[in-house]
Design a protein around this ligand. Structure first.
Ligand code: FES
Length: 216
């Protein structure tokens, strides 16, 4: 008797299939849109994202437009996981408007930052309508330094104090402490030069404490 062979369906992968700027891409189930874009060498600008730490979603520069059926959204790509069939646009007019608005706010937040000025200029943003509170400020409060100190180095030498426009990088409870080991991880992940001066101060403190300088 000829046993009829069962027709086999192609094996299902567990990847998420969707598109970015019209290109078909595949994501591992736990990847975000940003991770997928990077894996496929597609550029989405970021400031607060760093692969060594959990995404915070604080800067919103990584926004993309997503379309699924009739639903259109603008969302942070570093926090959003794709679903099958999603269409992602990384440079639509909606996206560019949001990025320009974000950059205008950052020009007011950290007006002394050369990096932010250069980035803003790439988007045609050279001035800001928002109030500048501190013309010397370089920190954009992205949170990378706080997160790397906690998640990677394993200490909590830094935190954010206050909220809103008063938000500031500080030591916990604004009390000087010995938690900082002067490793420089915070400086290395800072997207602006904001932390270099602070680290130099820490290095000086440690030199005085231990009697040894730091090797550069
Ligand atoms: S990089 Fe996604 S919100 Fe900052």
């Amino acid at each position: 008797m000829n046993a009829k062979k069962e027709s086999k369906k192609p094996p299902k992968d567990n990847l998420v299939h969707f598109s970015i700027d019209g290109r078909r891409v595949q994501a591992q189930p736990d990847w975000t849109i940003l991770e997928t874009a990077r894996a496929h060498r597609l550029h989405i600008p970021t400031l607060c994202f760093h692969p060594a730490i959990h995404p915070w979603g604080s800067c919103r520069l990584c926004v993309v437009e997503t379309r699924l059926n009739d639903k259109v959204e603008v969302t942070a790509s570093c926090l959003t996981k794709p679903v099958a069939g999603l269409e992602v646009l990384t440079h639509s007019s909606r996206v560019m408007n949001v990025r320009r608005w974000v950059l205008e706010m950052l020009l007011a937040e950290c007006p002394a930052s050369r990096e932010i000025k250069e980035l803003a200029a790439q988007y045609g943003v050279t001035s800001t309508r928002f109030a500048i509170l501190d013309p010397e400020e370089e920190c954009l409060k992205c949170g990378r330094c706080v997160a790397v100190c906690h998640e990677v180095v394993g200490v909590q030498a830094l935190t954010f104090g206050s909220r809103g426009v008063a938000k500031k990088l500080e030591t916990p409870y604004r009390v000087p402490n010995n938690a900082c080991i002067g490793c420089g991880c915070c400086v290395s992940v800072c997207p602006t030069g904001a932390l270099q001066a602070r680290l130099d101060t820490v290095r000086g403190d440690l030199s005085r404490r231990t009697g040894h300088g730091f090797a550069h």
